[in-house]
Design a protein around this ligand. Sequence first.
Ligand code: TYM
Length: 332
Amino acid sequence: VTRVLSGIQPTGNLHLGNLLGAILRWVRMQDEAPCLFFLADLHSLSDHIPADTRRAQVRSMAAALIASGIDPDKAVLFAQSDVPAHAELCWLLNGTARMGWLHRMTQWKDKSGKNKEGASVALFDYPVLQAADILLYQASHVPVGEDQKQHIELTRDIANKFNLDTGTETFVVPEPFIGGGVAARVMSLRDGSAKMSKSDPSDMSRINLIDSDDEIAAKIRKARTDPESLPGDPDLLKERPEARNLVGIMAAVTGESETAILARFEGQGFGAFKPALADALVAAISPIRSRYEALQGDHAELDRLLDEGAAKANELAAPTLLAAKRALGLGR
Ligand code: TYM
């Protein structure tokens, strides 16, 4: 691993899917490799959001990441729009990316829905900006949830084609780095076939970082399950998506294996399991929530940290942007 990079859209609240799929894994990686983590505020332009809301969301997400354990002294933490090279490299890569590649992206298909003519150009071009985010820093590893895998594969295609077309080795070709077990894809609490997501209209489908202890307990109590009791062997959960998700979440937040957890609950129903899961979630999330609440009002400190991060990121981005321009014959 030579360099790690990942990002998160600052829209909406941080939820358990983001935490297990990305943020808590980033926290572990910042001790092992040079890392950059950023708030993808340019990506959020594909939705219309009032200016004040967007500004508040960026600070709030920065506070949430720091509260979760991202240390701005170890990792470079910044807002994407503070580094102009992201948008500039995106434009250069627009010459390399193919329409057909973007048409195949499942996020484009899902989010544009039936109204392709009314979708923003930014939504269509979103994966090219994401490629720019990654390639700009020569990142070797991109820790993400499984839902982002297709975007990282597209990034690899863009990097390879750019290098080939220009006869250069301008870009490092990055690897997706996806967590094992439930971390790859945390599912909705209401539907074991849908991922936990900030855009799900039902707030009962997800655990948010800002949920109170009582809300967390209520959401777990009401989480969808099946009428069977718990088996001793995790393999027997394969066809039971809701049960598998809850046991997987328990394993991820406690660090215990699924086998060890099931050994304690074998033969019991969810009436016994759910309160234990709620306790484990509260123990994991409430300290993050307290730190978040203490931090998020301190705009001056958050702005200072983001300014510092932006200065470092701008410096790291400059050589690759210059190399990409040179490879294309731009500049003298
Ligand atoms: P975003 O903001 O939707 O999500 C942030 C991270 O959380 C992960 N994630 C999940 N992981 C497991 N289970 C879930 N239910 C779940 N929901 C979300 C996502 O996979 C992601 O890792 N396009 C990106 C942001 C981005 C980016 C980048 C990421 C922009 N540029 C460059 C990596 C590199 C996005 O919208 O993530």
